[in-house]
Design a protein around this ligand. Structure first.
Ligand code: SAM
Length: 245
């Protein structure tokens, strides 16, 4: 039986593709890619020729049988997305779940991932974090999504596009207040920038320099501070009685 390799590809800088990833892309019978034209450009850069098959959110379920049959016939398959690690806010989950349930061999080939790169250089706590993917597109849903996270003590991580970065920062300011926010922009690319401040301060920076709202973003927000217990209002006798009971 063949193997499905889940291969991470660069999020900007093409030098980030590992030699192991390149070797695997060269060796497999077929590469299932989110956007075949996009991956064709990467393969051209690497000097690799391989047949490509599209696998995106709209056809993923339909591809499962076809790719399972390839693996059953002993051929290896690679899964890639446009950038970074497949399945991380990218297609692949439906395929990987089905193949794992079917007893196929699935091997990760790790590499770039925007959220990990962003956290590794942000200076916010990384011992525990909550990755939330993209916030909802509509303001109401976005605010309620932020509200459900507002008590979490872990660092909050979001992906965001240039179209909505300002709207999301406005809602973060409104719902989460003046916590520290670190914005990682254009990671591994020429204009890579880390901005650090409250959401309101970052919005002001973007007013002054509109270039700061262009490109791809990872938004990281400090977790909720531990709640102060108001010791003065505690009723010691009542607590003792409850414990004894
Ligand atoms: N699978 C990818 C990964 O492993 O990071 C993420 C794919 S998701 C569709 C695309 C989002 O990831 C972008 O909107 C942005 O939030 C984030 N992203 C991807 N590349 C980035 C980069 N170079 N700098 C900052 N954020 C990036």
């Amino acid at each position: 039986k063949g193997t499905l390799y889940v291969v991470a590809t660069p999020i900007g800088n093409l030098e980030d593709l590992s030699p192991r990833a390149a070797g695997i892309l060269e060796s497999v019978a077929v590469i299932a890619a989110e956007d075949t034209r996009h991956t064709a450009r990467l393969l051209k850069h690497l000097g690799i020729e391989c047949s490509l098959l599209s696998l995106h959110e709209h056809n993923e379920a339909g591809r499962v049988g076809q790719l399972a049959a390839k693996l059953d016939s002993g051929e290896d398959v690679a899964l890639v997305s446009d950038a970074g690690t497949p399945l991380i806010s990218d297609p692949g989950f439906v395929l990987v779940r089905a193949l794992r349930e079917g007893g196929h061999r699935i091997v990760p080939v790790p590499g770039p991932c925007a959220l990990v790169a962003a956290l590794s250089a942000a200076g916010l706590p990384t011992d525990r974090f909550v990755f939330n993917g993209f916030l909802p597109a509509k303001r109401g849903a976005r605010r309620s999504s932020l509200e459900t996270l507002s008590e979490r003590g872990e660092t909050l991580v979001f992906y965001e596009s240039p179209h909505r970065i300002r709207d999301s920062l406005e809602d973060i300011a409104a719902v989460l207040g003046d916590r520290r926010v670190v914005l990682a922009r254009e990671l591994t690319k020429t204009f890579e920038t880390f901005l650090d401040g409250t959401a309101e301060q970052l919005l002001l920076l973007m007013d002054q320099d509109p270039d700061q709202s262009r490109g791809e973003f990872v938004i990281m927000v400090a977790g909720a501070p531990p709640r102060d217990i108001d010791t003065a209002s505690l009723d010691g006798k009542a607590i003792l009685q409850a414990l004894l009971a």
